[in-house]
Design a protein around this ligand. Structure first.
Ligand code: DX5
Ligand code: ZN
Length: 211
């Protein structure tokens, strides 16, 4: 079974509450919140208040917070009370081990993400402390980009070397590439455009769960 994490970056920002309720009622497993700083990626998105309000309005919902920040360390404490998992990038100029420890100490699950140009080898030293690896299947920053099929190899490699934690793919994920992702060893599909533009949300989520 593949779990579904709708990315609210693709939601109608004017109707965020309704957009989250819609995917929650349709059976999604968690909600993916992209946090961008305009430096690590050339875009801005959600901040700490947005995550706090989402948590207050949907206390039962698992909030999966993806930090695309140059300096995630100084914001972990602000996001943690309202997040269930926090993912940081391996490419940041901060000590990754320290970041993962700080996420765990705050009570959240710890995720580590790699951009398309970063090899799996770069995160091998941290895998034991990582509950989840997020493989970026596009260059981070924007929704609606084309899926990078060459990233499937990273998921296969993580399984080949015995990584037993959860693996997420983020960027351009659709029902068309999910069977291949599932075969490679994917656990969680982060989906923005494909979920928020779906004509049959419940049906699509059911299909993904069946993979
Ligand atoms: C990109 C974000 C993704 C994005 C995925 O930087 O991390 O979560 O919203 O959107 P789609 O599914 O539209 O590629
Ligand atoms: Zn993301």
């Amino acid at each position: 079974m593949i779990k579904v994490a709708p990315s609210i970056l693709a939601a109608d920002q004017l109707a965020l509450g309704d957009e989250i309720r819609r995917v929650a009622e349709a059976g999604c497993d968690m909600v993916h919140i992209d946090v961008m700083d305009g430096h690590f990626v050339p875009n801005l998105s959600f901040g700490t208040d947005a995550v706090r309000r989402i948590d207050e309005a949907f206390p039962e919902l698992f909030l999966d917070v993806h930090l695309m920040l140059d300096n995630p360390g100084r914001l972990i404490a602000a996001f943690a009370p309202h997040a269930d998992s926090i993912t940081v990038h391996a490419e940041v100029p901060e000590d990754v081990q320290h970041l993962l420890d700080a996420i765990h100490a705050s009570g959240c699950r710890a995720g580590l993400s790699i951009k398309p140009d970063t090899p799996v080898a770069a995160i091998v030293p941290f895998l034991e402390k990582t509950d989840m690896v997020l493989v970026m299947t596009v260059e981070p920053g924007f929704g609606g980009q084309a899926f990078r099929w060459d990233m499937l190899n990273k998921i296969r490699e993580l399984r080949r070397i015995g990584y037993a934690g959860q693996i997420q793919a983020d960027g351009g994920v659709t029902l068309a590439n999910l069977p291949a992702l599932g075969q490679a060893g994917l656990d969680i599909a982060v989906m923005g455009t494909a979920i928020y533009r779906s004509q049959d949300l419940e049906g699509d989520i059911r299909k993904i769960h069946a993979l």
